[in-house]
Design a binder for this molecule. Structure first.
Ligand SMILES: [Zn+2]
Length: 412
């Protein structure tokens, strides 16, 4: 064994808790999980954590637009269409590459510092986001946003296919296809994207039924509800990650669950923009895969998956009833649900799984009384409790510092 690290503490994933263990990492993967006192039997190069640390799988932010950190605080509390059409889109048309890369890097740093090890990104000038992710060494699924029914030069369809071909086989980066939404992309183009994705065995990442306006437009154009439309054009399958899904009817929920597609649930963003909550529990009980996302810092306004878990649990209680959802479900969505969606061998802490791990310091007042690990993680913990973040076994965040970052932000 060489390059061996050990993380000491209490391990928790969706299967349960193991106290006083050491997670051994060799290279990019978890080598073993052993009782902490057995560590002397191994030739370990570096040891992290300790008795009062919690070790969890890296959180997976499965729908985000990290460069939009630039627009945080802009037009808070406006209706979605006014906010998007009058404020955000005019500013997004002005992006230049260098500036976008820096804001994307800041967004990624924020996400990582709050416990994300993987992001699923959907945006313009995606090559710059890929370079930012590579600098930080975070795992990133990235699609270049494509639309053809809105005049938006940065979302030219050919750029989306070009980005995919350029970035499809890079370390830590997985290129996806990213049609914007069911109402902003024509049927011909969406079919072309679907066929391309099938040929490449690629993931498709789209916004779905985010507003009533979107549903109305698709019904008018196609005579179908958005999920029925996606099924008809043969794009609704296990390789589809659809963000939001707020306005789904019962037929759509059943169709979606049966298809194997993933709903990337972004509760904070949609509650803030639309005052609405996706029918997540109905989807979950129908067997749909669900993952969790922050969406963007302009609508959220944080890139913090620990906070997102708490908000997801609480908002779902409003929609589905207090007994319907709890800490276990949202922890699943933030870890294994995201890993399943992205086809990653991650999301649980197990031998031969990716060493994408988060070390949380629980020596704080809000982790008392001791125990209640899942409850404390979801309902009491803060993103700022994250002390270290490992991706591919490599330390990419440690106590407020990002060891891989060379970029200077003094000009922003
Ligand atoms: Zn979005």
């Amino acid at each position: 064994m060489n390059d061996v690290k050990a993380l000491i503490g209490t391990v928790m994933d969706i299967r349960g808790v193991r106290e006083n263990v050491a997670v051994l990492i060799e290279g990019k993967c978890i080598y073993d999980i052993i009782p902490a006192d057995k560590i002397r039997e191994y030739d370990v190069d570096e040891v992290f954590g300790g008795e009062e640390y919690l070790i969890i799988p890296g959180l997976i932010n499965s729908h985000t637009h990290v460069a939009m950190t630039k627009f945080r605080g802009l037009g808070d509390d406006l209706p979605l269409n006014t906010w998007l059409n009058d404020l955000i889109w005019p500013m997004e048309k002005e992006w230049n590459r260098k500036e976008l890369r820096k804001w994307a890097l800041l967004g990624l740093m924020e996400a990582v510092s709050n416990g994300s090890t993987t992001v699923n990104e959907h945006y313009f000038l995606a090559g710059e986001i890929a370079k930012a992710a590579q600098e930080l060494r975070v795992r990133a699924f990235i699609g270049q946003t494509i639309m053809d029914l809105v005049d938006f030069p940065l979302a030219e369809p050919k750029e989306g296919f070009k980005f995919f071909k350029r970035w499809k086989n890079q370390e830590l980066i997985t290129a996806t296809l990213a049609p914007h939404a069911t109402d902003t992309v024509s049927r011909d183009l969406l079919e072309e994207i679907g066929n391309f994705a099938k040929k490449e065995n690629a993931l498709v990442h789209i916004h779905l039924s985010q507003s009533k306006e979107e549903v109305r437009k698709v019904r008018k154009r196609e005579g179908l509800y958005p999920v029925e439309y996606l099924q008809k054009i043969n794009i609704l399958d296990k390789n589809l990650i659809a963000a939001h899904g707020v306005y789904l009817n019962n037929t759509e929920i059943k169709l979606f669950a049966k298809s194997g597609a993933t709903l990337a649930h972004c509760p904070t963003s949609l509650a803030k923009l639309e005052g609405s909550i996706a029918p997540t529990m109905q989807l979950w009980k129908s067997g749909a895969n669900i993952s969790l996302g922050n969406d963007c810092a302009a609508s959220n306004n944080s890139l913090d998956m620990i906070e997102e878990m708490k908000i997801a649990a609480i908002l779902n209680k409003i929609r589905a009833g207090p007994e319907q959802v709890g800490a276990a479900e949202v922890f699943y969505w933030a870890t294994l649900g995201g890993a399943r969606a992205l086809r990653l061998k991650a999301g649980i802490i197990q031998r031969n799984y990716l060493a994408d791990l988060v070390l949380i310091n629980t020596k704080k007042v809000h982790f008392l009384p001791k125990g209640y690990y899942l409850s404390h993680l979801v309902y009491s913990a803060k993103g700022s409790d994250v002390e270290m973040v490992f991706v591919n076994g490599d330390v990419i965040y440690n106590s407020g510092k990002f060891p891989k970052i060379k970029t200077s932000f003094s000009d922003l």
